[in-house]
Design a protein around this ligand. Structure first.
Ligand SMILES: [Zn+2]
Ligand SMILES: [Zn+2]
Length: 352
């Protein structure tokens, strides 16, 4: 049982030290080989059981392909959009060390300290529960839901607020999806996502540090590692052109990678859908869940009206500043044109 209020430090405060080491050691190779290998194994399995079907071409349409063209289609990996992914990734990796550690070391521990203080003020000293596997599991679920909720809120805000959409549009200007598209973000977006991650881990960490007698550092390290793997896999596969679907009932609970194809489509019915990172819970709650039909057509990008303004690396780097200029001048930004799908070939269930 903690004897004094000053003694409790949240796990994120202690983990920020470890995070520094992890981050500084892993800056250049975030796409781990085992994540990519798993992606290729699952894609091979899909190719085999669907007899060559299940991948999408550069236009976002399902098409049968031979094995190698299925895994690594030339039209996608030589596309200008894929090259811009590389450029934006390099730029982001170079600038990342300047803000990631700073944010993780400040936002997370700050949130942790404030919430622990608030809980102590309102409820007095914590109950001093013993750490066991059940609590660790509960902690994992709370972190997951916290993270997913904060991710959802940041993401929908970025879609709906023109000032922020100007930044996030760079992610959506991808005309083809490759695992690297996951990192296709304007450099200004990185600190926003990192602050969100710090806030969610900090909040969950504070609640459990308050409840538990001993420290949760071990559990936190386990969680951070576990979620890094989960998000790493989910993040790279959902930006892969092969459709990895879950059974329909499961897609009402978890976002399958194929559901993110919809998020990148410029068709009107797909716009602003499937915004969470891992679960479907918040999309369901807020009416933005969209379960795509079999082989649903999802043309990627921001639409034919404005795509040519967000094509090159330079355009994607200065894009937000340019949009902000028009926002300040005319009060409106050059909107991306969502297109109403005339040639729908699906039987999708639009729940929004
Ligand atoms: Zn988005
Ligand atoms: Zn994406």
């Amino acid at each position: 049982m903690p004897s004094s209020r000053d003694e409790i430090t949240g796990p994120l405060t202690e983990v920020s030290q470890a995070a520094w080491q992890v981050l500084s050691a892993n800056v250049p190779n975030d796409l781990r080989w085992h994540v990519l290998l798993l992606t290729l194994v699952i894609a091979s399995f899909i190719w085999f059981i669907r007899d060559g079907h299940g991948a999408k071409n550069a236009a976002g349409r399902e098409a049968k392909a031979g094995y190698l063209a299925f895994l690594l289609p030339r039209a996608i990996y030589t596309h200008e959009s894929a090259r811009v992914d590389v450029g934006l990734w390099v730029l982001e990796r170079c600038l990342r060390p300047f803000w990631v550690v700073g944010l993780l070391a400040t936002v997370g521990p700050f949130a942790e300290r404030q919430i622990i203080y608030l809980l102590q003020t309102v409820f007095g000293d914590g109950p001093g529960l013993e750490v066991n596997y059940a609590w660790m599991l509960a902690y994992s679920l709370v972190i997951l839901l916290c993270y997913d909720f904060v991710f959802y809120v940041i993401h929908i805000t970025m879609h709906k607020v023109p000032f922020l959409w100007a930044i996030h549009k760079v992610h959506h200007s991808a005309e083809v999806l490759t695992p690297l598209t996951r990192y296709r973000e304007h450099v200004l977006a990185g600190p926003i996502w990192a602050a969100g991650a710090g806030l969610s881990y900090g909040t969950a960490g504070a609640v459990f540090a308050y409840l538990m007698a001993s420290d949760m550092v071990q559990a936190t390290l386990f969680n951070v590692g576990f979620f890094a793997l989960l998000f790493g896999f989910n993040g790279s596969f959902r930006h892969y052109h092969v459709q990895f679907r879950y059974p329909r009932w499961l897609e009402f609970w978890l976002q399958s990678p194929a559901m993110h194809h919809t998020h990148h489509s410029y068709l009107h019915k797909h716009w602003d859908t499937n915004l969470a990172a891992v679960t479907s819970i918040f999309d369901r709650l807020f009416g933005t869940l969209y379960i795509p039909g079999k082989d649903e057509y999802t043309p990627w990008g921001i639409g034919p009206d404005t795509q040519n303004q967000y094509r090159s690396l330079w355009q994607n780097t200065i894009g937000p500043f340019r949009d902000w200029y028009y926002l300040a001048k005319d009060g409106v930004s050059p909107q991306s044109g969502a297109v109403v799908d005339q040639s729908s070939i699906d039987g999708s269930a639009d729940l929004s």
